[in-house]
Design a protein around this ligand. Structure first.
Ligand code: 5RP
Length: 234
């Protein structure tokens, strides 16, 4: 199977997770990226079975609307049951790097507003240590050089994603060369720098269920079974 086919399989597994819970008043939190897009497309035939969605990017909002799924402003809704999104890297503790698509801030906000974060990845993204994928950091434009200098002090190599402006009007710095040992501590430290809007570590609020597409099927890792590393295969 190609990586694209693995993404399709894992999106199907996520749909199977949420379908039994869909009710007329259900609002889903929906992520951004090619894997999330596959999930959005799979939702289309079920558009009438639930109330709608909150999207983590303008692109996902557009795609949802094209499928006839109503998109709500996060301020109009309360806590949601499910957030479904991809990731750029995931470890066995269900900590993630996200933001390859520059939507990390809204992704982190929507994930925080959902009880269960179902993260959908193919197995090329599962790593022992986060950091081989350059860590995205969304910054207020005037703080870009300051934040870059702070990153260098911690041994990282900041690269401005030139030309990219986030849905919030900000810039992205990608940090190369970090092998992340303590994701929660690094996430907290970076959040303290003035001008950082969000960093792409999702460790303080990791996924609750990680669905991993592999050649052997879709494996699941959850907060309950990570200690023993006993995932199920669909
Ligand atoms: C967007 C993200 C995406 O979830 C991440 O980049 C994975 O994308 P894809 O599913 O296309 O591989 O964090 O900001």
């Amino acid at each position: 199977m190609t990586q694209d086919e693995l993404k399709q399989k894992v999106a199907e597994a996520a749909l199977n997770e949420v379908l039994p819970s869909l009710r007329a008043d259900t609002i889903l939190g929906i992520g951004t990226g090619s894997t999330a897009n596959k999930f959005i497309d799979l939702l289309a035939p079920h558009a009438r079975d639930f109330k709608g969605a909150v999207a983590s990017s303008d692109a996902s909002a557009e795609r949802l609307k094209e499928h006839g799924i109503e998109v709500f402003d996060l301020n109009e809704v309360g806590e949601m049951e499910f957030y479904i999104d991809g990731a750029d890297e995931a470890n066995k503790q269900l900590e993630l790097i996200k933001g390859g698509g520059a939507a990390l801030t809204r992704e982190k906000i929507v994930a925080e507003c959902c009880k269960t974060f179902i993260c959908i990845v193919d197995d090329t993204k599962v790593v022992e240590h986060l950091g081989a994928f350059p860590l995205p950091v969304e910054v207020i434009p005037m703080a870009r050089s300051f934040v870059a200098r702070e990153i260098v002090k911690l041994g990282g190599e900041p690269v401005w994603r030139e030309g990219t402006v986030t849905d919030n009007g900000n810039h992205i710095i990608d940090v190369h060369g970090w092998k992340v040992e303590d994701a929660k501590a690094l996430e907290t430290q970076m959040n303290d720098w003035p001008g950082v809007v969000t960093n792409g570590l999702f460790a303080l609020r990791p996924a609750d269920l990680l669905l991993i597409g592999s050649q052997d099927g879709v494996k699941s890792l959850s907060v309950i079974n990570t200690a023993s590393d006993q995932g199920n295969y669909y």
